[in-house]
Design a binder for this molecule. Structure first.
Ligand SMILES: Nc1ncnc2c1ncn2[C@@H]1O[C@H](COP(=O)(O)OP(=O)(O)O)[C@@H](O)[C@H]1O
Ligand SMILES: [Mg+2]
Length: 337
């Protein structure tokens, strides 16, 4: 478990004070894949770096597994850092060392016996599917392979917590999916709590169970990923959610319509998304239905999404159709936004 309690962080640069974190309170439970999302400069890296003491808070307390990390002596700090792995956007590999040598570094620093190091490094490289590349140099690897080396190096000390700072931001979409899948597998199989920083809501939707939204050094909204996606409260959160669920109808579709009357947005959540309600409505033949645009996503095991339809028919029949959809649990609004 990680607890941030009343955290403030001020940097002083060229005699200017930068208030990077402003009274942050967060609980990350053991086993979570907890996402921190925000635009650039929101304070995400400053916050995550407090966990492994790459930064220290100006005030406030960070607890990791019930231990106040600010009060550790040097020996205790070393033990503490062993339990926390970290991966980075630009991988931070040593270019002059091979894959196996990069992964071995944390074990060499711990003074572990050479045979044991070889064994553990091989097992770890096999886990991240890179054993065949053990003697390659980072410059000979793709981005995804470099991040796998980063992951192997982070996990080699058998940490209980993995910190990921924009770990997929330098990767193409397909490689991102593969790395996120690996992170999920690590969380599941190795029981490692993951604290992840990103500016991409897609990453949150894909693997996180909880999320906190940061803006200007503050947490402006937090909750389960399902709650945040189904009912975002703050404008910034809504913007992030819309990058995944795009609840707006594309301009091109609107422009192609002969008239823009009687357009409705249907919002589906969970049960209502699984039932063929629109199909049932079409079969009722109350009104003519023109499906304009739809976007559905599975998030945390629940289907979420929205669909735009145009209904053609008399006012009375349209009212009946709207009532039918509401009765089926669909949230429905008139208009294009
Ligand atoms: N070492 C530093 N010295 C001075 N200012 C910093 C330092 N690190 C971060 N900042 C400032 O703190 C704020 C938060 O930065 P950061 O935590 O890196 O945000 P994010 O990771 O969300 O982009 C920004 O205004 C940034 O310029
Ligand atoms: Mg950052």
């Amino acid at each position: 478990m990680i607890i941030f309690e009343n955290i403030n962080k001020t940097y002083i640069k060229n005699q200017q004070h930068v208030h990077a974190l402003n009274n942050i309170n967060l609980h990350i439970d053991t086993g979570d894949i907890f996402g921190l999302i925000g635009w650039s400069g929101a304070g995400k890296s400053s916050l995550i770096r407090l966990v492994n003491q790459l930064e220290k808070p100006t005030s406030g307390t960070v607890y990791v597994n019930s231990v106040n990390v600010n009060t550790l002596d040097r020996a205790a700090q070393r033990q503490h850092k062993k339990k926390i792995g970290m991966i980075f956007q630009h991988f931070n590999l040593l270019e002059s060392k091979t894959v196996a040598q990069n992964v071995a570094i944390p074990l060499i620093l711990q003074g572990i016996d050479r045979n044991e190091i070889t064994q553990r490094v091989d097992a770890m490289l096999s886990y991240v599917d890179l054993l065949g590349k053990k003697d390659s140099y980072p410059s000979q690897l793709s981005g995804g392979q470099k991040q796998r080396v980063g992951i192997a190096r982070a996990l080699i000390t058998e940490p209980t917590i993995l910190l990921c700072d924009e770990a997929t931001s330098a990767l193409d979409p397909q490689t991102t999916i593969a790395i996120l899948k690996l992170l999920k597998q690590i969380n599941n199989e190795r029981k490692i709590t993951i604290l992840l920083v990103t500016h991409e809501m897609e990453v949150i939707a894909s693997i996180c169970n909880k999320v906190a939204v940061m803006e200007k050094g503050q947490v402006i909204e937090q909750g389960t990923v399902l709650d945040i996606f189904s009912a975002p409260q703050q404008d910034t959160t809504k913007k992030f959610v819309s990058t995944v669920l795009s609840p707006q109808i594309p301009e091109a579709i609107l422009a192609s319509l002969p008239q823009q009357e009687n357009i409705y947005r249907l919002e589906f959540l969970g049960d209502s998304a699984k039932k063929p309600v629109v199909n049932e409505l079409i079969l009722k033949q109350l009104v003519e239905i023109n499906i304009l645009f739809g976007n559905m996503r599975e998030i945390s095991g629940v289907v979420l999404g929205s669909m735009f339809i145009q209904m053609n028919g008399s006012e009375d029949k349209i009212k009946l159709a709207v009532a039918f959809l509401k009765q089926k649990g669909v949230h429905i609004e008139r208009g294009v936004v």
